[in-house]
Design a protein around this ligand. Sequence first.
Ligand code: NDP
Ligand SMILES: O=C(O)C1=N[C@H](C(=O)O)C[C@H](O)C1
Length: 266
Amino acid sequence: MIDVTVTGVAGRMGRMLMQAVAEDDRVQLVGATVMPGDPWAGRPVSELVPGTGDVVIADDPLDAIARADAVLDFTAPEATREHGTLCAQAGAVHVIGTTGLSEDDLAHISRCAVHCPVVRAGNFSLGVNLLTVLTRKVAAALGAEYDIEIVEMHHRHKVDAPSGTALMLGEAAAEGRGVDLAEMRDSGRDGQTGARREGVIGFAALRGGDVVGDHRAIFAGPGERVELAHIASDRMLFARGAVTAAVWGRDQKAGEYDMVDVLGLT
Ligand SMILES: NC(=O)C1=CN([C@@H]2O[C@H](COP(=O)(O)OP(=O)(O)OC[C@H]3O[C@@H](n4cnc5c(N)ncnc54)[C@H](OP(=O)(O)O)[C@@H]3O)[C@@H](O)[C@H]2O)C=CC1
Ligand SMILES: O=C(O)C1=N[C@H](C(=O)O)C[C@H](O)C1
């Protein structure tokens, strides 16, 4: 059994992660954190999510991460940077679900991964990770006359766009095409955009209601369209995937991994 700390426990995913840890006998909760000054600090986790035990919620991650074998982190970019440094110091597996990370954040995470295993994914579900493998293959098979567009929809509270999952699918499509996504990315069209630039990978982000996460990779070609889609209907999907990543990560050397590695998909 491995000792797990969940960061950002008052968030939508933080609550799910605690539930997933409580339901899985491969792991036990040893730490839980919130933002400094959060009213949940100092209270037992079971008051926040019934049935999760008597760990007291901390508003300083230092001790909570020092005592963990693995840290489940679905928070915000700045927090994830700090948690990365602490996981590196503790040698704990850092499971990162946080999206909206900048190039600078990713470089920081890479430096931390010299000292501990880091499993980072924009989506921890089996279905989406399978979809990335398929997207790469379809992009390679269909060729340049098929235009690639990634469409996603999420709940009204989501703060980053395109979603981490959309970027995973875009990266997979770019790999299949043998191009660099940074050069070929086309997000947020508006106004007199001109005709579609040849070879770009387009992104469109919809926000509204309580949508958990819908993603579609569209290949629009001459006389036909191929579409690969995934619809998530329950956040527990991501939380259970993150617990599996933590257990898998415990047996790995320091370095950067993703959910395709965890699931053994190629
Ligand atoms: N990879 C995946 O499979 C998935 C990834 N995500 C990603 O996970 C992240 C969180 O999503 P969601 O749960 O919906 O968002 P929420 O806003 O509901 O939760 C984030 C929580 O993190 C807290 N937080 C921020 N900074 C810190 C800190 N320094 N220490 C402790 N807690 C902190 C926030 O507190 P406060 O509210 O006070 O700011 C908030 O409670 C997003 O980036 C999202 O895209 C979501 C689902 C699946
Ligand atoms: O913020 C969310 O909710 C989600 N975020 C992830 C993303 O950015 O792709 C995964 C999932 O789609 C839900």
